[in-house]
Design a protein around this ligand. Structure first.
Ligand code: NAD
Ligand code: 0WE
Length: 257
């Protein structure tokens, strides 16, 4: 079997449980030969992530990193530097907006909800890239997860859509800054996937049905397919691809009607 990521070290941000998109990409990266380091958001998620990470060996590193806490981000990267002198890959699979901002009308978004959504879902990519870049000594690949609501109105996605637009634009500016260090920065725009972040969204199952009915491939995407795209973007096959948004959505994004 080919191991396109053999010898690579990856930071994986955003595993909450086994349904997390970050977990699907982590599994594919590990299968492709990468060594993984995980974050977790707060003590509540530690046991979950520890159990999943231990699949790759009892010594798989994991440390807390809530991206709203500068000190925690600093300590996380200090700890990374104690176990490796080089990082090659980074996955950003983090988003949050207060629940009430994802209900009702966008026009009612509070300043606080707007700032929180952008802080956690977009600024954190810039912060993580700045901390990771000095460790990415041989260049590398940074990948962030986006969604179609960044470019078109998806009812109720609201401020998250605006934050994803910021994430995608940040990806382009980071790609420009980091190109000289041979660090590529791209987004994967996934179709709807039934994860913790998607459950509890009113009408989520009708959204999946909408993709089944209207996407060229008659469906959204499987987590394993996001994993495979994650491996591609991380590999030398994507060596000339940076600043892009790749749609893994059954083709839904090309449709006008
Ligand atoms: P998930 O709930 O499994 O993952 C979201 C992660 O964000 C969790 O691990 C959570 O701990 C983390 N997070 C939230 N606030 C944080 C903070 N302050 N500090 C650190 N981590 C924080 O759900 P998911 O669907 O796997 O979401 C992962 C990414 O994929 C998100 O960026 C989401 O927008 C994106 N996405 C999801 C879908 C979908 O339909 N599920 C579609 C397209 C894109
Ligand atoms: O990016 C997302 C969801 C991200 C998300 C989810 C939650 C739920 C719990 C961000 N913040 C929160 N805050 C919470 O309190 N997706 C792409 C999935 C998603 O969410 C939607 C969608 C889709 C698709 C919300 C409304 C409409 C469509």
């Amino acid at each position: 079997m080919s191991k396109p990521l053999a010898g690579k070290t990856a930071l994986v941000f955003g595993v909450a449980n086994k349904r997390s998109i970050a977990w699907a990409i982590a599994q594919a990266w590990a299968e492709a030969g990468a060594r993984l380091i995980f974050n977790y958001q707060g003590d509540r998620l530690k046991d979950n992530v520890e159990e999943l990470a231990s699949t790759f060996g009892p010594d798989t590193p994991l440390w807390p990193c809530d991206v709203s806490n500068d000190a925690e981000v600093d300590v996380f990267f200090e700890k990374v530097a104690t176990v490796t002198d080089k990082v090659d890959l980074v996955l950003h699979s983090i988003a949050f907006a207060p629940k009430d901002a994802l209900e009702g009308d966008f026009i009612n978004t509070s300043r606080e909800a707007y700032l929180t959504a952008h802080n956690i879902s977009a600024y954190s990519l810039v912060h993580i890239a700045r901390k990771a870049a000095p460790l990415m000594k041989d260049g590398g690949s940074i990948i962030a997860m986006s969604y179609y609501g960044a470019e078109k109105v998806v009812p109720h996605y609201n401020v998250m859509g605006v934050a994803k637009a910021s994430l995608e634009a940040s990806t382009r500016y980071l790609a420009y800054d980091l190109g000289k260090q041979k660090i590529r920065v791209n987004c994967i725009s996934a179709g709807p996937v039934n994860t913790l972040a998607a459950r509890g969204i009113a009408g989520f199952s009708s959204m999946l049905k909408h993709y089944d009915a209207h996407a060229p491939l008659g469906r959204s995407c499987e987590p394993s397919e996001l994993g495979a795209t994650g491996v591609f973007l991380a590999s030398d096959g994507a060596a000339a691809i940076t600043g892009q948004v790749l749609y893994v959505d059954g083709g839904y994004q090309i449709m006008g009607m």
